[in-house]
Design a protein around this ligand. Structure first.
Ligand SMILES: Cc1cc2nc3c(=O)[nH]c(=O)nc-3n(C[C@H](O)[C@H](O)[C@H](O)COP(=O)(O)OP(=O)(O)OC[C@H]3O[C@@H](n4cnc5c(N)ncnc54)[C@H](O)[C@@H]3O)c2cc1C
Length: 385
Protein backbone atom coordinates (compact mmCIF):
# COMPACT_ATOMS: atom_id res chain seq x y z
CA UNK A 1 0.00 0.00 0.00
CA UNK A 2 1.19 3.54 -0.76
CA UNK A 3 1.64 5.84 2.20
CA UNK A 4 3.37 8.54 0.16
CA UNK A 5 1.67 9.93 -2.93
CA UNK A 6 3.68 10.05 -6.17
CA UNK A 7 5.30 13.38 -7.10
CA UNK A 8 3.00 13.61 -10.18
CA UNK A 9 -0.02 13.28 -7.89
CA UNK A 10 1.33 15.97 -5.58
CA UNK A 11 1.93 18.22 -8.60
CA UNK A 12 -1.70 17.68 -9.62
CA UNK A 13 -2.75 18.54 -6.04
CA UNK A 14 -0.88 21.84 -6.40
CA UNK A 15 -2.89 22.60 -9.57
CA UNK A 16 -6.15 21.89 -7.78
CA UNK A 17 -5.10 24.02 -4.81
CA UNK A 18 -4.09 26.93 -7.06
CA UNK A 19 -7.52 26.85 -8.73
CA UNK A 20 -9.27 26.83 -5.35
CA UNK A 21 -7.12 29.67 -4.02
CA UNK A 22 -8.15 31.73 -7.04
CA UNK A 23 -11.90 31.10 -6.88
CA UNK A 24 -12.61 30.67 -3.14
CA UNK A 25 -12.43 34.40 -2.38
CA UNK A 26 -13.72 35.67 0.99
CA UNK A 27 -16.74 37.22 -0.81
CA UNK A 28 -17.54 33.91 -2.48
CA UNK A 29 -17.20 32.00 0.81
CA UNK A 30 -19.52 34.46 2.52
CA UNK A 31 -22.15 34.10 -0.20
CA UNK A 32 -22.09 30.30 0.10
CA UNK A 33 -22.17 30.46 3.90
CA UNK A 34 -25.18 32.82 3.85
CA UNK A 35 -27.11 30.69 1.36
CA UNK A 36 -26.56 27.35 3.14
CA UNK A 37 -26.47 25.75 -0.31
CA UNK A 38 -23.39 23.74 -1.28
CA UNK A 39 -23.61 24.61 -4.97
CA UNK A 40 -22.77 27.52 -7.23
CA UNK A 41 -23.28 27.35 -10.98
CA UNK A 42 -20.19 29.36 -11.96
CA UNK A 43 -18.03 27.45 -9.52
CA UNK A 44 -19.36 24.12 -10.86
CA UNK A 45 -18.67 25.20 -14.46
CA UNK A 46 -15.12 26.13 -13.41
CA UNK A 47 -14.60 22.56 -12.20
CA UNK A 48 -15.66 21.21 -15.55
CA UNK A 49 -13.45 23.67 -17.46
CA UNK A 50 -10.42 22.65 -15.37
CA UNK A 51 -11.16 18.92 -15.72
CA UNK A 52 -11.76 18.47 -11.98
CA UNK A 53 -15.35 17.23 -12.30
CA UNK A 54 -14.59 13.59 -13.19
CA UNK A 55 -10.83 13.33 -13.77
CA UNK A 56 -10.77 9.51 -13.83
CA UNK A 57 -13.44 9.20 -16.54
CA UNK A 58 -12.24 8.22 -20.03
CA UNK A 59 -11.33 11.07 -22.35
CA UNK A 60 -13.96 10.12 -24.93
CA UNK A 61 -16.63 10.71 -22.26
CA UNK A 62 -15.18 14.07 -21.24
CA UNK A 63 -12.79 12.89 -18.50
CA UNK A 64 -9.01 12.92 -18.33
CA UNK A 65 -8.14 9.23 -17.93
CA UNK A 66 -6.48 10.00 -14.58
CA UNK A 67 -5.98 7.39 -11.87
CA UNK A 68 -7.79 6.99 -8.56
CA UNK A 69 -5.05 8.90 -6.66
CA UNK A 70 -5.52 11.99 -8.79
CA UNK A 71 -9.25 11.76 -8.22
CA UNK A 72 -8.58 11.37 -4.49
CA UNK A 73 -6.46 14.53 -4.25
CA UNK A 74 -9.21 16.49 -6.02
CA UNK A 75 -11.69 15.27 -3.39
CA UNK A 76 -9.25 16.00 -0.56
CA UNK A 77 -8.54 19.54 -1.70
CA UNK A 78 -12.17 20.47 -2.33
CA UNK A 79 -13.21 19.11 1.06
CA UNK A 80 -10.30 20.80 2.84
CA UNK A 81 -11.34 24.12 1.28
CA UNK A 82 -15.02 23.48 2.15
CA UNK A 83 -15.85 24.12 -1.50
CA UNK A 84 -19.54 23.97 -2.53
CA UNK A 85 -19.34 20.53 -4.11
CA UNK A 86 -22.30 18.48 -2.92
CA UNK A 87 -24.52 18.85 -6.00
CA UNK A 88 -21.57 18.27 -8.36
CA UNK A 89 -20.71 15.13 -6.39
CA UNK A 90 -24.24 13.71 -6.47
CA UNK A 91 -24.45 14.51 -10.19
CA UNK A 92 -21.21 12.66 -10.89
CA UNK A 93 -22.26 9.72 -8.72
CA UNK A 94 -25.57 9.29 -10.56
CA UNK A 95 -23.86 9.79 -13.93
CA UNK A 96 -21.50 6.90 -12.99
CA UNK A 97 -24.49 4.68 -12.25
CA UNK A 98 -26.19 5.63 -15.52
CA UNK A 99 -22.92 4.84 -17.29
CA UNK A 100 -22.99 1.39 -15.67
CA UNK A 101 -26.66 0.38 -15.96
CA UNK A 102 -28.53 2.99 -18.05
CA UNK A 103 -30.06 2.38 -21.48
CA UNK A 104 -28.18 3.87 -24.43
CA UNK A 105 -30.99 6.47 -24.76
CA UNK A 106 -30.63 7.75 -21.19
CA UNK A 107 -26.82 7.65 -21.46
CA UNK A 108 -27.00 9.83 -24.56
CA UNK A 109 -29.39 12.23 -22.93
CA UNK A 110 -27.61 12.60 -19.58
CA UNK A 111 -23.89 11.81 -19.70
CA UNK A 112 -22.77 14.59 -22.07
CA UNK A 113 -24.72 17.39 -20.31
CA UNK A 114 -23.64 16.08 -16.87
CA UNK A 115 -19.96 16.08 -17.91
CA UNK A 116 -20.35 19.61 -19.35
CA UNK A 117 -21.85 20.91 -16.12
CA UNK A 118 -25.14 21.70 -17.89
CA UNK A 119 -27.35 19.54 -15.68
CA UNK A 120 -27.40 18.59 -12.00
CA UNK A 121 -28.89 15.62 -10.13
CA UNK A 122 -30.00 15.38 -6.48
CA UNK A 123 -30.59 12.17 -4.50
CA UNK A 124 -34.12 11.12 -3.47
CA UNK A 125 -33.80 7.99 -1.31
CA UNK A 126 -34.74 8.99 2.25
CA UNK A 127 -38.40 9.45 3.19
CA UNK A 128 -40.07 11.13 6.17
CA UNK A 129 -40.92 7.68 7.60
CA UNK A 130 -37.74 5.81 6.65
CA UNK A 131 -34.12 6.88 6.52
CA UNK A 132 -31.61 4.19 7.40
CA UNK A 133 -34.11 1.50 6.44
CA UNK A 134 -34.21 2.93 2.94
CA UNK A 135 -35.73 -0.26 1.46
CA UNK A 136 -38.95 0.55 3.33
CA UNK A 137 -39.58 3.42 0.87
CA UNK A 138 -43.29 3.92 0.22
CA UNK A 139 -43.23 6.54 -2.56
CA UNK A 140 -45.25 4.74 -5.25
CA UNK A 141 -44.64 4.56 -9.02
CA UNK A 142 -47.58 3.00 -10.85
CA UNK A 143 -47.38 1.98 -14.50
CA UNK A 144 -49.89 3.69 -16.82
CA UNK A 145 -49.29 2.70 -20.46
CA UNK A 146 -45.84 4.01 -21.42
CA UNK A 147 -45.73 6.26 -18.36
CA UNK A 148 -45.23 6.01 -14.62
CA UNK A 149 -47.33 8.02 -12.17
CA UNK A 150 -45.48 8.90 -8.98
CA UNK A 151 -46.95 9.83 -5.60
CA UNK A 152 -45.25 10.25 -2.25
CA UNK A 153 -42.64 12.35 -0.51
CA UNK A 154 -38.91 12.33 0.20
CA UNK A 155 -36.99 13.83 3.10
CA UNK A 156 -33.55 15.50 3.00
CA UNK A 157 -33.59 15.88 -0.80
CA UNK A 158 -30.57 18.16 -0.58
CA UNK A 159 -30.45 20.61 -3.53
CA UNK A 160 -33.85 19.32 -4.71
CA UNK A 161 -34.93 22.98 -5.07
CA UNK A 162 -32.22 23.81 -7.63
CA UNK A 163 -31.30 20.51 -9.33
CA UNK A 164 -32.56 19.51 -12.78
CA UNK A 165 -33.27 15.89 -11.82
CA UNK A 166 -33.71 13.72 -8.78
CA UNK A 167 -32.48 10.13 -8.67
CA UNK A 168 -35.62 8.66 -7.15
CA UNK A 169 -36.23 5.40 -5.33
CA UNK A 170 -39.86 4.31 -5.72
CA UNK A 171 -41.95 1.28 -4.88
CA UNK A 172 -43.26 -0.38 -8.03
CA UNK A 173 -44.52 -3.64 -6.50
CA UNK A 174 -45.94 -3.55 -2.96
CA UNK A 175 -46.72 -7.30 -3.07
CA UNK A 176 -43.08 -8.37 -3.26
CA UNK A 177 -40.68 -8.48 -0.24
CA UNK A 178 -39.53 -4.91 0.50
CA UNK A 179 -36.11 -5.11 -1.20
CA UNK A 180 -37.59 -6.66 -4.34
CA UNK A 181 -40.36 -4.24 -5.29
CA UNK A 182 -38.31 -1.06 -5.81
CA UNK A 183 -37.26 0.74 -9.01
CA UNK A 184 -34.96 3.73 -9.64
CA UNK A 185 -35.96 6.68 -11.85
CA UNK A 186 -34.29 9.86 -12.98
CA UNK A 187 -37.13 12.30 -12.52
CA UNK A 188 -36.99 15.73 -14.25
CA UNK A 189 -37.72 18.29 -11.53
CA UNK A 190 -39.61 20.62 -13.85
CA UNK A 191 -42.35 17.95 -13.98
CA UNK A 192 -45.88 19.01 -12.95
CA UNK A 193 -46.77 17.85 -9.43
CA UNK A 194 -43.28 18.26 -7.91
CA UNK A 195 -42.70 20.59 -4.96
CA UNK A 196 -39.70 21.27 -2.69
CA UNK A 197 -39.97 22.91 0.74
CA UNK A 198 -36.94 24.11 2.71
CA UNK A 199 -35.63 22.27 5.78
CA UNK A 200 -32.76 23.98 7.63
CA UNK A 201 -30.23 21.90 9.54
CA UNK A 202 -28.18 22.57 12.68
CA UNK A 203 -25.16 23.51 10.58
CA UNK A 204 -27.16 26.12 8.60
CA UNK A 205 -27.38 23.90 5.53
CA UNK A 206 -30.53 24.04 3.42
CA UNK A 207 -32.03 20.70 2.50
CA UNK A 208 -35.62 19.91 1.47
CA UNK A 209 -38.70 17.85 1.98
CA UNK A 210 -40.05 17.07 -1.49
CA UNK A 211 -43.54 16.08 -2.61
CA UNK A 212 -44.62 14.12 -5.70
CA UNK A 213 -48.32 14.44 -6.55
CA UNK A 214 -49.37 12.49 -9.65
CA UNK A 215 -46.04 13.26 -11.30
CA UNK A 216 -46.09 11.59 -14.73
CA UNK A 217 -42.87 10.53 -16.44
CA UNK A 218 -42.14 8.26 -19.40
CA UNK A 219 -40.58 4.82 -19.01
CA UNK A 220 -37.41 6.20 -20.66
CA UNK A 221 -36.58 7.77 -17.26
CA UNK A 222 -36.32 4.40 -15.54
CA UNK A 223 -32.74 3.46 -14.52
CA UNK A 224 -32.22 -0.33 -14.39
CA UNK A 225 -34.88 -3.03 -14.55
CA UNK A 226 -38.34 -2.79 -13.01
CA UNK A 227 -38.19 -4.04 -9.38
CA UNK A 228 -34.37 -4.14 -9.52
CA UNK A 229 -33.97 -0.75 -7.79
CA UNK A 230 -32.25 -2.25 -4.75
CA UNK A 231 -29.31 -3.41 -6.88
CA UNK A 232 -29.07 0.00 -8.61
CA UNK A 233 -29.29 1.83 -5.28
CA UNK A 234 -26.50 -0.42 -3.96
CA UNK A 235 -24.12 1.16 -6.49
CA UNK A 236 -24.71 4.58 -5.02
CA UNK A 237 -24.66 3.49 -1.35
CA UNK A 238 -21.33 1.78 -2.08
CA UNK A 239 -19.92 5.17 -3.12
CA UNK A 240 -21.45 7.08 -0.19
CA UNK A 241 -20.44 4.58 2.49
CA UNK A 242 -16.78 4.59 1.40
CA UNK A 243 -16.44 8.33 1.91
CA UNK A 244 -13.71 9.89 4.06
CA UNK A 245 -14.13 13.20 5.87
CA UNK A 246 -10.55 13.65 7.06
CA UNK A 247 -9.87 16.84 5.04
CA UNK A 248 -12.37 18.71 7.25
CA UNK A 249 -10.09 17.79 10.18
CA UNK A 250 -7.19 19.24 8.15
CA UNK A 251 -9.12 22.54 7.93
CA UNK A 252 -9.76 22.49 11.68
CA UNK A 253 -6.07 21.79 12.32
CA UNK A 254 -5.04 24.67 10.05
CA UNK A 255 -7.25 27.12 11.98
CA UNK A 256 -6.26 25.92 15.45
CA UNK A 257 -2.56 26.07 14.52
CA UNK A 258 -2.98 29.71 13.45
CA UNK A 259 -4.86 30.49 16.64
CA UNK A 260 -2.14 28.80 18.73
CA UNK A 261 0.71 30.65 17.04
CA UNK A 262 -0.77 34.03 18.07
CA UNK A 263 -0.12 35.55 21.52
CA UNK A 264 -2.54 34.68 24.32
CA UNK A 265 -3.66 36.91 27.24
CA UNK A 266 -0.16 36.84 28.83
CA UNK A 267 1.51 37.99 25.59
CA UNK A 268 3.34 34.73 24.84
CA UNK A 269 2.28 32.45 21.96
CA UNK A 270 -0.50 30.13 23.10
CA UNK A 271 1.55 27.23 21.74
CA UNK A 272 3.89 27.54 24.73
CA UNK A 273 1.17 26.01 26.94
CA UNK A 274 1.37 22.19 27.26
CA UNK A 275 -2.43 21.78 27.03
CA UNK A 276 -2.48 23.61 23.68
CA UNK A 277 0.26 21.38 22.28
CA UNK A 278 -1.38 18.24 23.66
CA UNK A 279 -4.76 18.98 22.08
CA UNK A 280 -3.29 20.07 18.75
CA UNK A 281 -1.25 16.87 18.60
CA UNK A 282 -4.44 14.92 19.25
CA UNK A 283 -6.18 16.63 16.31
CA UNK A 284 -3.15 15.87 14.12
CA UNK A 285 -3.34 12.17 15.07
CA UNK A 286 -7.08 12.01 14.32
CA UNK A 287 -6.32 13.54 10.91
CA UNK A 288 -3.52 11.07 10.19
CA UNK A 289 -5.62 7.99 10.96
CA UNK A 290 -8.65 9.34 9.05
CA UNK A 291 -6.52 9.99 5.95
CA UNK A 292 -4.85 6.58 6.08
CA UNK A 293 -8.19 4.77 6.36
CA UNK A 294 -9.51 6.68 3.35
CA UNK A 295 -6.38 6.07 1.30
CA UNK A 296 -6.61 2.37 2.07
CA UNK A 297 -10.05 2.41 0.36
CA UNK A 298 -8.55 4.13 -2.70
CA UNK A 299 -5.70 1.62 -2.77
CA UNK A 300 -8.13 -1.33 -2.51
CA UNK A 301 -10.23 0.05 -5.36
CA UNK A 302 -7.09 0.37 -7.47
CA UNK A 303 -6.31 -3.29 -6.71
CA UNK A 304 -9.77 -4.25 -7.94
CA UNK A 305 -11.11 -4.94 -4.43
CA UNK A 306 -14.32 -3.53 -2.97
CA UNK A 307 -13.74 -1.63 0.31
CA UNK A 308 -16.96 -2.63 2.09
CA UNK A 309 -16.13 -2.82 5.81
CA UNK A 310 -13.01 -0.69 5.13
CA UNK A 311 -15.23 2.03 3.57
CA UNK A 312 -17.47 2.02 6.63
CA UNK A 313 -14.41 2.21 8.90
CA UNK A 314 -13.20 5.25 6.98
CA UNK A 315 -16.61 6.95 7.15
CA UNK A 316 -17.34 6.27 10.81
CA UNK A 317 -13.82 7.03 12.04
CA UNK A 318 -13.35 10.27 10.07
CA UNK A 319 -16.76 11.74 10.99
CA UNK A 320 -16.53 10.81 14.66
CA UNK A 321 -12.91 12.04 14.77
CA UNK A 322 -14.09 15.36 13.29
CA UNK A 323 -16.75 15.58 16.00
CA UNK A 324 -14.27 14.75 18.78
CA UNK A 325 -11.60 17.11 17.43
CA UNK A 326 -13.92 20.08 16.89
CA UNK A 327 -15.34 19.72 20.42
CA UNK A 328 -11.81 19.45 21.83
CA UNK A 329 -10.78 22.63 20.01
CA UNK A 330 -13.85 24.55 21.20
CA UNK A 331 -13.01 23.52 24.77
CA UNK A 332 -9.39 24.61 24.24
CA UNK A 333 -10.20 28.01 22.74
CA UNK A 334 -12.87 28.69 25.38
CA UNK A 335 -16.04 30.81 25.15
CA UNK A 336 -14.65 32.88 22.26
CA UNK A 337 -14.80 29.74 20.11
CA UNK A 338 -18.60 30.03 20.20
CA UNK A 339 -18.53 33.37 18.36
CA UNK A 340 -19.99 32.88 14.92
CA UNK A 341 -18.91 33.83 11.41
CA UNK A 342 -20.95 37.04 11.69
CA UNK A 343 -19.05 38.38 14.70
CA UNK A 344 -15.97 40.47 13.86
CA UNK A 345 -14.24 39.28 17.06
CA UNK A 346 -14.76 35.57 16.36
CA UNK A 347 -11.44 33.71 16.30
CA UNK A 348 -10.62 32.29 12.86
CA UNK A 349 -13.83 33.88 11.49
CA UNK A 350 -16.10 31.58 13.49
CA UNK A 351 -14.73 28.38 11.96
CA UNK A 352 -14.52 26.61 15.33
CA UNK A 353 -18.20 26.81 16.23
CA UNK A 354 -19.28 26.12 12.65
CA UNK A 355 -17.11 23.01 12.38
CA UNK A 356 -18.52 21.74 15.66
CA UNK A 357 -22.13 22.10 14.41
CA UNK A 358 -21.25 20.80 10.96
CA UNK A 359 -19.45 17.71 12.32
CA UNK A 360 -22.63 16.34 13.93
CA UNK A 361 -24.44 15.96 10.58
CA UNK A 362 -21.51 14.12 9.02
CA UNK A 363 -22.14 11.16 11.36
CA UNK A 364 -25.70 10.93 9.97
CA UNK A 365 -25.68 11.47 6.22
CA UNK A 366 -24.20 8.95 3.81
CA UNK A 367 -25.13 6.25 6.36
CA UNK A 368 -25.25 6.82 10.13
CA UNK A 369 -22.47 5.62 12.44
CA UNK A 370 -24.75 2.84 13.76
CA UNK A 371 -25.41 1.54 10.25
CA UNK A 372 -21.68 1.69 9.42
CA UNK A 373 -20.89 -0.27 12.60
CA UNK A 374 -23.39 -2.96 11.58
CA UNK A 375 -21.65 -3.22 8.19
CA UNK A 376 -18.26 -3.57 9.89
CA UNK A 377 -19.61 -6.25 12.24
CA UNK A 378 -21.42 -8.26 9.56
CA UNK A 379 -19.36 -7.77 6.42
CA UNK A 380 -15.94 -7.20 7.99
CA UNK A 381 -16.03 -9.52 11.00
CA UNK A 382 -18.60 -12.02 9.69
CA UNK A 383 -20.81 -11.68 12.76
CA UNK A 384 -24.49 -12.63 12.47
CA UNK A 385 -27.12 -9.91 11.84
C1 LIG B 1 -28.20 17.23 6.29
C2 LIG B 1 -28.65 15.94 5.67
C3 LIG B 1 -28.61 15.81 4.30
C4 LIG B 1 -29.06 14.63 3.67
N1 LIG B 1 -29.11 14.57 2.31
C5 LIG B 1 -29.74 13.52 1.74
C6 LIG B 1 -29.99 13.51 0.32
O1 LIG B 1 -29.58 14.42 -0.41
N2 LIG B 1 -30.72 12.48 -0.19
C7 LIG B 1 -31.19 11.45 0.59
O2 LIG B 1 -31.83 10.54 0.07
N3 LIG B 1 -30.93 11.40 1.93
C8 LIG B 1 -30.24 12.41 2.50
N4 LIG B 1 -30.03 12.40 3.88
C9 LIG B 1 -30.44 11.22 4.66
C10 LIG B 1 -29.25 10.49 5.30
O3 LIG B 1 -28.43 9.95 4.29
C11 LIG B 1 -29.60 9.34 6.29
O4 LIG B 1 -29.83 8.16 5.63
C12 LIG B 1 -30.74 9.62 7.10
O5 LIG B 1 -30.71 10.91 7.69
C13 LIG B 1 -30.91 8.59 8.23
O6 LIG B 1 -32.27 8.48 8.39
P1 LIG B 1 -33.09 9.24 9.51
O7 LIG B 1 -32.55 10.62 9.66
O8 LIG B 1 -34.53 9.03 9.13
O9 LIG B 1 -32.74 8.45 10.82
P2 LIG B 1 -33.23 7.01 11.24
O10 LIG B 1 -32.94 6.02 10.18
O11 LIG B 1 -34.64 7.10 11.72
O12 LIG B 1 -32.27 6.71 12.45
C14 LIG B 1 -32.45 7.31 13.75
C15 LIG B 1 -31.36 6.72 14.66
O13 LIG B 1 -31.51 5.29 14.76
C16 LIG B 1 -30.33 4.62 14.32
N5 LIG B 1 -30.67 3.40 13.58
C17 LIG B 1 -31.55 3.29 12.54
N6 LIG B 1 -31.58 2.02 12.10
C18 LIG B 1 -30.71 1.32 12.85
C19 LIG B 1 -30.29 -0.05 12.87
N7 LIG B 1 -30.76 -0.94 12.00
N8 LIG B 1 -29.36 -0.42 13.78
C20 LIG B 1 -28.85 0.47 14.68
N9 LIG B 1 -29.22 1.78 14.72
C21 LIG B 1 -30.14 2.19 13.82
C22 LIG B 1 -29.62 5.61 13.41
O14 LIG B 1 -28.24 5.36 13.32
C23 LIG B 1 -29.95 6.94 14.08
O15 LIG B 1 -29.06 7.16 15.15
C24 LIG B 1 -29.53 13.56 4.49
C25 LIG B 1 -29.53 13.67 5.90
C26 LIG B 1 -29.11 14.85 6.49
C27 LIG B 1 -29.16 14.96 7.98
Amino acid sequence: MHFQLASETEAYRAEVRAHLDAVMTPEFEERIYRSGVAHDETFAKGLVDKGFFAPSWPQDLGGQNRDAWDEQVVKEEFMRADAPMYLSETTRMVASIIREVGTSAIKQRILGPAMNGDITIALGFTEPECGSDVAAASTRAVRDGDDWVINGSKMFTTNGHIADYVFLLARTNPDKPKHKGLTMFLLPLDSDGFEAQAVWTLSGERTNITFFSDVRIGDEWRVGDVDAGWQVLGLSLRDEHASGWGPHIARLLHHVERWAAAPGDDGSPRLTKPDVRRRIARVAMELEVAMLLQRRCVWMTEQGQMPVAEGSMSKVFSTEALTRASQDVVELVGPDAMRSYWEPRAPEQGRFEHLMRFSLGTTIYAGTSEIQRSIIAQRGLGLPR
